[in-house]
Design a protein around this ligand. Structure first.
Ligand code: IFM
Length: 946
């Protein structure tokens, strides 16, 4: 991003009139007997004269006349001191920096709250060099309002996002940030501790390059969209999703756009849907904010777009957009949008809009409300039962049409407009509106705070009482304080969750982006919901939960934020009844987890979906026969226990999940008489490689089932030693008779596991190697999946994998397989896997596996394929929502693959295998409640933990 103009604050940046201000205030304070000194003066920096005096008076009551007299007296003292100013009072570095800006043709301005600014600049000898002087007379709202900077930017004719503000005061920094401008802070670090900003002590030695750098958003933390491309609309909507684990909103535009996929989803708010059984319902739209400039609606497909940039600040959880737009009558406006979904108060979202007239007076009308006329594609889920308003506040009470859930959406508007805010009670769409006429350089600022609360919330009864008397009051909060708390909360998240990759900007950003997307999808306080395959960022898979969660996503939380992992695991505990119903429907006892699960845990996989051309219906068998998920859930539970040592959780919740799942496996395994005697088989299944359905004895499924049964016996033993009462209760409840346990052991001993002890090779399922080999050279330049090219039957009959199957098994049970087994299976299966266009779940595990194999180049190739799944949309389907499994798999690939982290009881070991160009890989995790730090630095091809 290039720097177009620089806006300097005056006092403390260009010259030290700050010192004269202090001396003048001190003189006044001494005369009035007010306690005042340098410490108190800090709070006065960048603040208007009146505000400063009020701060000094600390609430002391003073008549207006006397106030005026004191301000005039202070100003007189100040002006007397100003008389002494000369060019020699320019602060060090300023003169040469201005010369550099002149030479480079970069315009610069002063924006100072001081009404004496021109006088001071004249004395300093730089007034004539400035393109614009914005001072205390230019606007009515002073810093920390954004108006003064916006005024200067409009006069400079530069989009605010391209103007760098150089500021020495916190109030000025607030103003610049609210104005949507990058900031270079000047002054001591303590003064700016609350912000993450480029900073220097003063301008001595500063060059144009330093200013350029300050304008460039941190590429390691920022996802940027420079310029609007309508063809990428849906992809970008997914990428710019924000949320807080309670609800998420896709990155659609406040003003709307034709064909957009506007969507806000909240965990657990499911409603019935044809084909998919149930789906998360799109919530009434909170972002709705339409601006009308001189009678023309602002939209990107109308008028003329002069400048556009959007960025997602992953570090602070903020989404910002800056637009310069010309209406058809020639009026140009600068618009800045900022939104966040509070990571502190999970019900709250906030939006700020600043509109500035640039070239001519214009009238800006704003309509912003709650749009209840939303649907999932064409399906309506909400019936609106009541709505109301109170001053600047509106609310809408809605019910889902089938599942009977209730939702309250409420919104409040704050605005800098001089006129009133009016309420429009449109049915199902309460709206607030206002109109303001802006002179060039003048700004209108709006802040919108919203909340969602539902009958799923523990405190719904309180809300319900208010609604029963047709009233609701939003708690009083303001945008800035919410934002400050939100940023601080994200700082805490990153403290635990960040993975640092040095030497590879793309990988670093993709890693942080993935973790951000997982974090905003993860319930912070709710143990009855879990993360769907597309998080809360799109309608893909309709909010259903798959094994993606347990095998790909959960490890990140288990290791970095076990309190969140508990919620995700509790979801499987609370959905045991659904899993039991599924087992019973299939004729088994125990718990068989649904392949696709929603609120109750019952199976919600659609039986048919349209094919990729949308022409024919395809039978989906996964809900019937992809059964490995039951073992995957048990695996995630055991991993949590091993990492955290949370015995109480295993006792109270995990044991039941594991034991009842084992009951299912014990009955699902079929006893057969084979050539080599009695054996158990798991027939008619689908393994992780879904190109092959109705297969027998898929080695992943069989081995995980065997592991599950072994684990169940160990858990029973553990219970009898550590929680005998609970153990006995479960034995009775689940009917774990000695005969049943002996049967489990028999299944463990005789279950078919296709693993050749001589070669180490596993056979993916019965007859896999009799399938047709594929001529891979013929498909070298393909741009479609192998299933699309070979057809569903063709792929079924061929030796081609949608994603790793045996390879995944090796990773999950990695310490049980020797080098020969790894090698034989790597050599056999990796070349015949559809890495580019098969499942998005594949690449991250291959990256991990390649790390185990000490093949860093291949590991990196797979890793980047996963890293690009969403940011680069390499599969062309990111518009449907974030690939949660790929995002979680990226963390595993880095931690288990590249760093080679392994736990041994209460300690851990590392076997690093970093890509050659990675200089550093660092992360933190919790082991048995103690935070561990891994910081691998690579020198001379060797990585060491420091
Ligand atoms: O769970 C996955 C499956 O492994 C491959 N198809 C997509 C599902 C959801 O991501």
């Amino acid at each position: 991003m290039s720097l177009q103009a620089v806006i300097f604050d005056l006092d403390g940046v260009i010259t030290d009139t700050a010192e004269y201000h202090y001396l003048a205030w001190q003189k006044l304070a001494d005369e009035e007997g007010l306690p005042f000194g340098r410490a108190e003066n800090e709070a006065l920096r960048g603040v208007s004269r009146r505000e400063s005096l009020l701060l000094m008076l600390k609430g002391r009551e003073v008549a207006e006349e006397q106030l005026q007299e004191m301000m005039a007296r202070k100003n007189r003292y100040y002006q007397e001191m100003l008389g002494q100013i000369t060019a020699a009072d320019l602060l060090p570095g300023v003169s040469s920096l201005l010369d550099e800006l002149d030479a480079a043709g970069v315009a610069y301005a002063i924006a100072s709250a001081s009404r004496n600014a021109r006088d001071v600049l004249e004395r300093l000898g730089i007034l004539s060099r400035l393109a614009v002087v914005a001072d205390g007379n230019s606007v009515s709202r002073q810093k920390p309002a954004p108006d003064l900077f916006r005024f200067a930017a409009a006069r400079l004719n530069a989009p605010p996002g391209r103007c760098l503000v150089v500021e020495d005061a916190a109030a000025g920094v607030e103003a610049a940030l609210a104005a949507g401008m990058p900031v270079l802070a000047v002054g001591p670090a303590e003064r700016f501790a609350a912000y993450s900003l480029p900073r220097r002590n003063n301008l001595a030695g500063a060059h144009l390059a330093d200013l350029q750098a300050a304008v460039t958003p941190d590429p390691l933390w920022t996802v940027i969209e420079e310029g609007f491309e309508p063809g990428r609309l849906h992809h970008q909507e997914t990428i710019f999703t924000i949320g807080n684990g309670y609800f998420c909103s896709r990155g659609t535009f406040e003003e709307g756009y034709p064909g957009e996929s506007a969507l806000t989803l909240a965990h657990g708010l499911y409603d019935d849907a044809p084909i998919f059984f149930t789906e998360l319902a799109n919530l009434p739209h909170w972002l709705d904010c339409r601006l009308v400039v001189d009678g023309q609606p602002f939209r990107l497909d109308q008028g003329e777009l002069l400048h556009y940039r959007r960025r997602l600040d992953l570090q602070q959880g903020l989404l910002q957009r800056e637009v310069r737009w010309r209406a058809s009558n020639g009026a140009i406006v600068d618009l800045t949008f900022e939104r966040f979904i509070s990571y502190v108060d999970e019900h709250v979202g906030a939006l700020r809009v600043v509109a500035t007239a640039v070239n001519q007076p214009c009238q800006v009308a704003v309509w912003s409300g709650i749009n209840g006329h939303v649907a999932n594609d064409d399906l309506l889920h909400w019936r609106h039962v009541a709505q109301g308003s109170d001053g600047h506040q509106i609310w809408l009470h809605s019910h889902t049409r089938h599942s009977g859930l209730e939702l309250l959406t409420a919104a409040r508007l704050e605005s800098s407009a001089s006129g009133p805010i009016t309420v429009q009670e449109c049915p199902g769409q309460p709206t607030l509106s206002l109109v303001e006429t802006l002179q060039p350089g003048q700004s209108l600022q709006l802040g919108k705070i919203i909340t969602y609360q539902s009958s799923r919330d523990p405190d719904w009864s309180v809300i319900s009482k208010q609604l029963s008397v047709s009233s609701y009051q939003l708690p009083i909060t303001n945008y800035d304080s919410l934002k400050a708390a939100h940023i601080a909360a994200w700082q805490e998240v990153w403290e635990k969750a960040d993975v640092i990759i040095e030497g590879d900007e793309e990988a670093q950003l993709a890693m942080r982006f993935s973790l951000f997307q997982l974090q905003i999808a993860a319930p912070q306080h709710d143990g009855r919901v879990s993360i769907g395959a597309k998080t809360l960022s799109g309608l893909g898979y309709r909010g259903h939960v798959f094994w993606d969660n347990e095998i790909f996503v959960l490890p990140f939380f288990t290791y970095t934020q076990p309190e969140i992992a508990r919620n995700l695991l509790l979801y499987r505990y609370h959905t045991l009844p659904g899993a039991r119903r599924k087992a019973a429907a299939n004729g088994f006892s125990g718990a068989q987890y649904a392949w696709e699960s929603a609120d109750t845990g019952d199976e919600v996989t659609p039986s048919h979906v349209p094919d990729f051309r949308g022409q024919n219906l395809v039978r989906i068998w996964t809900g019937d026969i992809e059964i490995h998920i039951t073992a995957d859930v048990a695996y995630a539970m055991m991993q949590y226990w091993q990492v955290t040592g949370d015995d109480a959780f295993l006792r109270d919740y995990g044991a039941e999940i594991i034991l009842d799942g084992a009951c299912f496996w014990g009955e699902r395994a079929e006893l057969e008489e084979g050539e080599d005697g009695r054996r158990y088989a798991l027939r008619d299944v689908i393994g992780p490689d879904e190109y092959h359905d109705h297969v027998d004895n898929n080695v992943f499924t069989n081995r995980m089932a065997q592991w599950h049964l072994q684990t169940a016996l160990q858990v029973l033993e553990w219970l009898s030693e550590n929680a005998p009462e609970k153990g006995l209760a479960l034995v009775q409840q689940l009917e774990l008779s000695p005969a049943r346990l002996a049967h489990w052991q028999d299944v463990i001993d005789h279950l078919i596991i296709h693993h050749n002890p001589d070669t180490g090779l596993m056979t993916q399922f019965d007859g896999f190697f009799e399938l047709k080999p594929v001529d891979w050279a013929a498909y070298a330049n393909r741009a479609h999946s192998m299933q699309q090219l070979l057809g569903i039957e063709g792929a079924n009959e061929s030796q081609v994998l949608k994603q790793g199957d045996v390879i995944m098994l090796l990773c999950l049970l990695r310490d049980q397989y020797d080098r020969q087994t790894w090698q034989a299976n790597w050599d056999t299966y990796v070349p015949i896997t559809d890495h580019s266009y098969g499942s998005s779940l594949g690449p991250s595990f291959h990256a991990w596996a390649a790390g185990e194999m000490k093949r860093p180049d291949e590991a990196y190739e797979h890793f980047m394929r996963a890293a690009r799944a969403d940011l680069q949309d390499v599969r062309g389907n990111a518009g449907d929502g974030i690939h949660a499994a790929s995002a979680g798999g990226l963390w595993q690939a880095a931690v288990f693959g590249f760093a080679g982290l392994r736990l041994q009881g209460e300690s851990f070991s590392l076997k690093p295998c970093l890509p050659a160009h990675w200089r550093r890989l660092a992360f933190k995790f919790y082991l048995r409640g103690m935070q561990q730090v891994v910081d691998l630095k690579q020198e001379g091809g060797e990585a060491r933990n420091s």
